[in-house]
Design a protein. Structure first.
Length: 279
């Protein structure tokens, strides 16, 4: 598997020409790409008040790191697989009604994070930079990561093209949407799985502890400027990209950690718009 990924990296860098971008250009391309795929998901996370769900998936992503190191498999792909399995598990358990959603998410978030940290600590033979997993290292992004971002971006675009109106109806009233013939559970599960994919990719850029902020803050800021759902999506895309550009620029200029710099840039944009009443 690693040999195949190395071949893909080599092809993208040398044949497609990504090598000409340099490490900073790759970081900008990856960060902007991630802002573009997180914005569509973020607006519905904000509307449906699912930020804790996103945080649970983010904490669970560290478990994917520990499993990848334990099994010596590709890091990005293992995190994606583990995140998808956990997302499916959370979605399934949340419909059993044995526990409240907040209780279930709280248990899974912290138990998976704890298990991931324990498994990592037991691997004495592996040198691990835990800070890069917790807070991200966008400068280490490679061509294969860019390819994954593009692929998941296409999946999200196709999903929204088909289900945008359905998602709006589910957000307003899931029961009424079901009565009208919308496949509520199927669409919700697909949304959750796309959210898991996005979070798995975000880990390298902003880290486990800051992933949710990339979903929520641009969408929350966009809410101050938008009059319609479509406008909120558009503003979220714009503000997310601005935050990435400002964060990477500040990181390069003042030698700051890139992930936290991106999040702080998004926070400053939100604070700048906070005095403006939502339309």
């Amino acid at each position: 598997m690693d040999n195949t990924i190395d071949l893909i990296n080599h092809f993208l860098l040398n044949e497609i020409g990504l090598n000409a971008l340099g490490f900073l250009g790759m970081a900008l391309l990856g960060g902007i790409g991630l802002a573009l795929i997180s914005a569509p998901l973020g607006v519905f996370v904000v509307w449906q008040r699912q930020s804790y769900f996103g945080a649970t998936l983010a904490h669970s992503a560290l478990l994917g790191v520990s499993i990848a190191l334990l099994l010596q498999t590709n890091l990005s792909l293992t995190i994606i697989v583990v995140s998808l399995l956990i997302a499916w598990g959370i979605y399934s358990l949340s419909h059993t009604k044995q526990l409240s959603s907040d209780t279930l998410l709280g248990i899974l978030a912290h138990s998976s994070l704890a298990l991931g940290l324990i498994l990592i600590s037991l691997q004495d033979s592996v040198q691990i930079d835990l800070m890069s997993y917790l807070f991200g290292d966008i400068l280490s992004i490679n061509a294969f990561d860019i390819l994954l971002i593009v692929a998941i971006g296409l999946l999200i675009a196709l999903f929204y093209q088909r289900h945008w109106r359905d998602l709006l109806n589910i957000t307003l009233n899931a029961e009424l949407a079901h009565v009208e013939g919308t496949q509520v559970k199927k669409i919700q599960l697909q949304f959750v799985l796309l959210l898991a994919l996005m979070i798995a990719l975000s880990m390298k850029i902003v880290g486990v502890l800051l992933i949710t902020s990339l979903l929520i803050i641009p969408a929350a800021a966009a809410r101050r400027l938008a009059q319609t759902p479509e406008q909120m999506l558009g503003w979220s895309l714009i503000l997310g990209m601005i935050a990435v550009l400002l964060g990477i620029g500040a990181s390069y200029q003042w030698d700051l950690p890139t992930g936290p710099a991106i999040v702080m840039a998004a926070t400053l944009l939100f604070l700048a718009l906070l005095s403006k009443k939502p339309r």
